[in-house]
Design a protein around this ligand. Structure first.
Ligand code: CAA
Length: 260
């Protein structure tokens, strides 16, 4: 437990839980909070014991209600706006690039930068109370922490454009049918832990290679993506966990992965 102001970082065995905790602003992401998230990501990346990360928001009401609108209101000029977007995008990209599975446990409002935070995660679990949307156009803005790109890649341009142009909020059931979330659960944090435990049974390097293959493949065309896949498949075959996993299957015993 570290002395962060706006987040908490806890570890339960191999699972880290990063909780955005800024109750006075429904967990909105101001610059200080984004800075603390980056510090937490550095700690997670350095800690070899941690095999999965859950991102959530404190309290019942909100996951994260967006970027901090009072900070945004003080912005003036093209350059300042662009810089805020680039630095927020960078935080989301660092989350997405973590070599371990990252699960968003979405309680309550996940709007604007809050939905963008959830979109940077690998899997999303929504509470029935979740309300998700990208309302930036109601503020004369556009999503700036990766939302225009990640939402369109996740659910398709047509569905993403509908959500961004109407600024409407979707509830958990619609989010599930859009493919915006993977699961709806009464207790999204405990469901996220369950999913993380399932993932943690698998070979850790393979998990990181799957993430890398999907992420890099989405940035390119099919032929280049298939080459990336073959390269990373080769890297998997070079691990001792591959020997262990296939050997254990053939010996009809459970595999014991070491992350090597
Ligand atoms: N930034 C700063 N403060 C926020 C905030 C935000 N994104 N969202 C909520 N708050 C604050 C409110 O100002 C309020 O503060 P006070 O008590 O000091 O007045 C407190 O949190 C509670 O919020 P409400 O009184 O508004 O609560 P509500 O239940 O009436 O409404 C809500 C809840 C619908 C989520 C509403 O708070 C809301 O619409 N929030 C803003 C959502 C939004 O537009 N997010 C996008 C931000 S822009 C962005 O994220 C840009 C980007 O892509 C990077």
């Amino acid at each position: 437990e570290l002395d962060f102001e706006n987040i908490t970082l806890d570890q339960h065995g191999a699972i880290a839980v990063l909780t955005v905790n800024r109750p006075k602003a429904l967990n909105a992401l101001n610059g200080e909070t984004l800075g603390e998230i980056v510090q937490a990501l550095d700690l997670i990346a350095e800690n070899a014991e941690i095999g999965a990360l859950i991102v959530t928001g404190a309290g019942e009401k909100a996951f994260v209600a967006g970027a901090d609108i009072s900070e945004l209101n003080a912005l003036d000029g093209v350059y300042a706006g662009r810089e805020v977007s680039l630095s927020g995008q960078d935080v989301m990209t660092q989350i997405s690039n973590l070599p371990i599975p990252v699960i968003a446990a979405v309680n309550g409002f996940a709007l604007g930068g809050g939905l963008e935070l959830a979109l940077a995660c690998d899997v999303r679990v929504a509470a029935p109370s979740a309300r998700m949307g990208l309302p930036e156009v109601t503020l004369g803005l556009i999503p700036g922490f990766g939302g225009t790109q990640r939402l369109a890649r996740l659910i398709g341009a047509g569905r993403a454009l509908d959500l961004m142009l109407t600024a409407r909020q979707v509830k958990a059931d619609e989010a599930l049918s859009l493919g915006l979330v993977n699961y709806v659960a009464d207790d999204p944090l405990s469901k996220s832990r369950e999913i993380a435990e399932t993932m943690l049974k698998n070979a850790p390097i393979a998990l990181s290679l799957v993430k890398e293959a999907v992420r890099r493949g989405l940035n390119t065309d099919l032929d280049a993506g298939l080459e990336i896949e073959a390269d990373l498949f080769g890297m998997a075959v070079a691990t001792s966990d591959f020997r262990e996993g296939t050997g254990a299957f053939l010996a009809k015993r459970p595999a014991q992965f070491k992350g090597e």
